[in-house]
Every structure is written in C-alpha cells, then in structure tokens.
Design a protein around this ligand. Structure first.
Ligand SMILES: Nc1nc2c(c(=O)[nH]1)N[C@H]1C(S)=C(S)[C@@H](COP(=O)(O)O)O[C@H]1N2
Ligand SMILES: [Mo]
Length: 299
C-alpha cells in the first residue's frame, strides 16, 4: 500500500548490502530508486537527510538506563529482548499476549524517514522501519467506546540500572488519543537504518509519533491498552506544568524554562546555526486532528 507521505519501499527492497553503506551512499541509492520525491519532507525542507547511524544510536534518552545521553548505549545491552510479548488489552475485541514474532509477521514493515524533535530542543532525522499502529489496532479490533491508547515500557530492575532512581514513576507510560494513534504517520518501529532496533533506541518495538516531542515516542513497549479515559503519562506525572498530554511540537509555545522556537540538529557541529522549529514538526497533515483546540492550553 503506498501512501503520499511514505516512499513505496518495503522491507524486501532494503538489500542486506544496504546495511553497510554509509548515509551518503544510502541517500544516493534512494535517489536512484526514485523514492526521494516520496519522502516525508516537511514544509520548507528541500531534503530529509538522515543523521548518521552513530549519532542516532549513541545520543539517546532512555532513563531506565541512566539520564546521560550515552548511558543507554553503554547499559541497554543488558535488556533481554527475546522472547518479547506485547500484552494488548482493554477495549479490544481480541485481547491477549501477542509474541512479537507473531505480531510483526502480520504487519507490513515499511521504511519511513521522519524528523524527530526532542522537547530539549535537539533534533535529528531517522530512517525507521516499522508498521502503522493503525494496522495493529485493526488487527485486534477496537471497541467503539475506546477513545485513547495507553502504552507501557518494560520494567526490569535487574536489567535497568536507572530504575533504582526515582527520576520518573516507573514503568514509563505514555498515551495518545485514538485518532492520533490511528493517524497513518504513527508507527510502531522495529528497526532503523535497515537494522533491527538497538536496545538503546527502544528494542524490540517502540512508538514513533513524529509530530510530537520525543518523549511521547515510548520505547520497548510491553503493553498497549485501549481505554475510554485519558491515560496518565510519565513526564506529565513528573511535572504537569512543563509537559502536557498532547506535547505537539510547537515553536510558539515555549517550555517554561527554554524557548521552543529553534532547534539544534544533531551532527551539525558546534557552530552550526540553529534551525527554526516547525509547527507539528513540519507534519502539517495532522493539523486537522486539533481543529478548534487551543494549542496553548492543550500543550
Ligand atoms: N521508556 C522510555 N521511553 C522513552 C524515553 C525514556 O526515558 N524511557 N525517553 C523519551 C525521550 S525524552 C526521547 S527524546 C526519545 C529518544 O529516542 P532515541 O533515544 O531513540 O532518540 O525516547 C523517548 N522514549
Ligand atoms: Mo526527549
């Protein structure tokens, strides 16, 4: 199925050799295959060149493994990701414990090159592999009363050195409104750069919601619950004045302690100019989800 904001490649098109190409060669290859025009280029961006694999996998936020940007790369290797089960429950027709292998085998894995904007005002471009959350929701059948989707990360004190510190109320939890969850941009990602997801990036399966601040993109998901009430979210519980439920990228709504008007693109070097931050991170196609909503109040 090809959609306007994606390229038409599937996992079958990603050659194993491609895994070892550097990003310049990868992009040249993409151009040669004629997919460049199909990428999700936000308004004002001529190209969407992915950040280096090393940057994406070594500068991470995954507080279960420590709060330093390099802690996840150092310590997340301890997380056992096989076997992996995702519990799907709540207002669904087919609740159950789904093994990841079983679940992924029923989904179309695509590559999506998305902008990613952390609330801390750094950003990058990531070539994810994954499938649409909407397809999973269709598979399990959502009951008409459902209005929200709640997500939960694994909590493994034996494997996660960071959870002995009460930085957040563990397990890490997140949530989306059902229409946000069903939006075709919303992915469950199982890899990046053509390789299986590394633990520091949220292996074996993590959410990617490219128009929202990065903390909405919850890692290492073990539970998905359909509910009729707005679910609690970790950063909102930690500081409701600074982190809202919606957390849509918005250059006109500053964080109480810093501006959100601009961002620092990873890999740009020390003297790189900051780039302007775009409403919805440039993904204008989601604007309709928030028609009539006060985005200052619902930050
Ligand atoms: N379980 C869990 N998910 C998480 C986080 C976390 O600490 N724990 N950090 C979030 C934040 S703040 C960001 S910016 C992104 C970072 O994803 P990346 O490290 O793959 O770039 O993951 C999000 N998902
Ligand atoms: Mo973040």
């Amino acid at each position: 199925m090809s959609r306007r904001w994606t390229n038409d490649l599937t996992q079958d098109d990603v050659t194993p050799e491609g895994l070892f190409l550097n990003r310049r060669q990868l992009m040249a290859g993409a151009g040669a295959l004629g997919i460049a025009g199909g990428l999700a280029a936000p308004a004002g961006a001529e190209t969407l060149e992915p950040n280096a694999y090393e940057d994406i996998t070594n500068y991470c936020n995954y507080y279960e493994f420590g709060t330093g940007k390099d802690d996840p790369a150092k310590y997340a290797g301890a997380l056992t990701t096989e076997p992996w089960t995702v519990q799907i429950d709540g207002l669904v027709d087919k609740p159950g414990d789904y093994t990841l292998t079983d679940l992924v085998s029923q989904m179309d894995i695509e590559e999506r090159i998305y902008r990613f904007r952390c609330v801390e005002a750094w950003s990058m471009v990531v070539p994810w592999q994954g499938f649409e959350l909407a397809d999973l929701l269709d598979m399990v059948g959502v009951k008409p009363e459902a209005q929200y989707v709640a997500f939960e990360t694994a909590l493994r004190p034996d494997e996660m050195p960071g959870v002995k510190y009460p930085v957040l109320d563990w397990p890490y939890v997140e949530g989306l409104r059902l229409d946000e969850a069903r939006h075709p941009l919303t992915l469950l990602a199982t890899g990046l750069y053509g390789k299986p997801m590394l633990n520091q990036n949220g292996a074996p399966i993590r959410l990617v919601v490219p128009w929202k601040y990065g903390f909405k993109s919850i890692k290492s998901v073990v539970k998905i619950t359909l509910t009729d009430t707005q679910p609690p979210t970790s950063w909102n519980k930690a500081n409701a004045g600074e982190y809202g439920f919606y957390s849509n990228v918005n250059p006109t709504v500053d964080h109480p302690r810093w501006s959100q008007a601009t961002e620092r693109r990873l890999g740009g070097g020390l003297f790189a100019r900051r780039e302007p931050t775009l409403l919805f991170n440039g993904y204008d196609e989601v604007a309709g989800l928030y028609d009539g909503m006060d985005l200052v109040r619902n930050f």
